[in-house]
Design a protein around this ligand. Structure first.
Ligand code: HEM
Length: 147
């Protein structure tokens, strides 16, 4: 069963980089459009969808990891610098999934192209900030199927 933990932890670790990369990609595409008159095209929509998708995948992997450790009665984030880190991680992770979803939905519905850019920029920046705060930076930056 330890193998399941290592596989889930590795996927959760690697997908963290996809979350950060797609978030930066979204800002690079949407920030310049927020102040101009450029039309919001399919190429601008693509990173928003990819970012929301990676955040949702991270939430699912995190929930599976959390449930798995709970079933094994194993400690979560043993050795964390503060005792409340587990709930900080889970709470901000769920919140990040909510803000990414809201940003994607509101950007799609915004009546103007500039509005679509602005909404996508704002909610992506908020989500990225939450993600940067919740990441346990003391853990390995890249894990490749090792405990
Ligand atoms: C965008 C959101 C999230 C990011 C970027 C993120 C990132 C990370 C990272 C980098 C690790 C360490 C991986 C390693 O040691 O190799 C980790 C561990 C973990 N995360 Fe997340 N996470 C997120 C959301 C969540 C959520 C929502 C949950 C639970 C519902 C969760 C549960 C866990 C658990 C249980 C661990 C392993 C703790 C341990 O091994 O003791 N994560 N997370």
């Amino acid at each position: 069963m330890a193998t399941v933990y290592v596989i889930l932890l590795t996927l959760h670790n690697i997908n963290r980089w996809l979350v950060l990369l797609t978030g930066v990609w979204t800002l690079v595409r949407t920030l310049p459009g927020a102040g101009g008159r450029r039309p919001f095209t399919a190429a601008d929509r693509r990173p928003v969808v990819a970012f929301t998708g990676t955040v949702h995948l991270q939430l699912i992997l995190g929930l599976l990891l959390f449930a798995f450790l709970g079933m094994q009665r194993a400690p979560v984030f043993a050795g964390a610098p503060n005792s409340g880190f587990t709930w900080q991680h889970v709470g901000l992770g769920v919140l990040a999934a909510v803000t990414a979803t809201i940003g994607s939905a509101l950007s799609r519905r915004a009546p103007t192209d500039q509005g679509k850019f602005r909404v996508a920029t704002t909610w992506t920046a908020v989500t990225l900030l939450l993600v940067l705060l919740l990441i346990p930076w003391w853990r390995p930056l890249l894990r490749l199927f090792t405990a």
